[in-house]
Design a protein around this ligand. Structure first.
Ligand code: GLN
Length: 295
């Protein structure tokens, strides 16, 4: 942080912004979020109390966090949380930081199942962001969330409990759907699986590459390995008329669509764009019988 040493909250925000100007694309936002975090103030209070003195301990803490941010650590790992669909999701380096584009997956699934008592799977739940958001917006639904990482499940369970959703979201420690009871048939399966091609690591943002868990990012040579395995397991767990919602990137959307067509020859397959106009969601809708409505 440049001298003179900041004395007030407002000066601290400005000093952080200057320190992060060359290293972050959002120095002003980062500075405010870190200051909010160390002061416990909300966004508007950080501005309103800009002239108040920031005590020495908090200043030191802020300085440490700004230096970690300057060395590339994602802001959400520093503050320990990320807002997703309006919910505060706890995050740390055990899980991928939930992305705004993944909110589109929630919207698509909720749009389809609103008002029903559906049974939904969130495969590869990570922080539990998708599972918790689905449970929140579909209060009569049951969500089964799986993950291969016991560490991730510990955090996702914590999130469901903190959000008061523990009775609605059930967690299974397994690879994709392998340990989900064979008798369970879902109305929808939602999946944001690792889909970055192993050779495409260099295309990821430097802070993603350096800090986020590779197991949640990389999906083999063409990025589709984990989805291929899910597509082999999913049909046995889907009701007639059920839908599978998968997050993709524009780089893999075409390949994912081809793989889905092979795996679900009878299904209606659609690719939707995200808010930025990029191909982001693949939906495979099984044919036949109508989905049951809520009782
Ligand atoms: N959207 C992430 C990224 O490119 C990748 C997420 C994933 O592989 N599921 O940063």
């Amino acid at each position: 942080m440049p001298s003179p040493e900041p004395r007030t909250i407002g000066e601290a925000v400005e000093a952080c912004r200057l320190r992060l100007r060359a290293v972050s694309q959002t120095p002003w936002l980062d500075a405010r979020l870190l200051t909010q975090h160390v002061t416990g103030l909300d966004a508007s209070s950080v501005i309103a109390y800009g002239d108040c003195v920031l005590d020495r301990i908090r200043r030191k803490r802020l300085l440490e966090l700004v230096e970690r941010r300057a060395s590339g650590e994602p802001i959400a790992y520093l503050t320990g949380k990320k807002s997703f669909c309006g919910l505060d999701i706890a995050v740390d380096k055990r899980v991928l930081v939930p992305r705004p584009e993944s909110e589109e997956l929630v919207l698509s699934c909720v749009e389809e199942l609103r008002g029903t008592s559906a049974v939904v799977a969130d495969v590869g739940t990570g922080s539990g962001a998708l599972a918790c958001a689905l449970a929140h917006f579909l209060p009569d639904a049951t969500v089964i969330a799986t993950d291969i990482s016991a560490d991730a499940l510990e955090l996702s369970r914590w999130n469901a409990t903190a959000l008061g959703l523990a009775e609605q979201v059930l967690f299974v420690h397994c690879d994709l759907l392998t340990e989900v009871d064979a008798s369970i048939r879902f109305d929808a399966i939602v999946a944001n699986l690792p889909y970055v091609a192993s050779g495409a690591g260099a295309e990821l943002a430097a802070d993603v590459r350096a800090h986020e868990p590779g197991v949640a990012l990389f999906g083999g040579d063409d990025g589709l390995d984990v989805y291929r395995r899910l597509f082999a397991q999913a049909p046995a767990h889907m009701k007639p008329g059920a839908a599978l919602f998968c997050e993709a990137s524009p780089q893999i959307a075409g390949g994912l669509k081809r793989v889905a067509k092979d795996a679900f020859p009878e299904a209606a397959i659609e690719v939707r764009n995200d808010g930025a106009g990029l191909e982001r969601i693949l939906i495979c809708r099984l044919t036949q019988a109508a989905r049951h409505a809520a009782g």
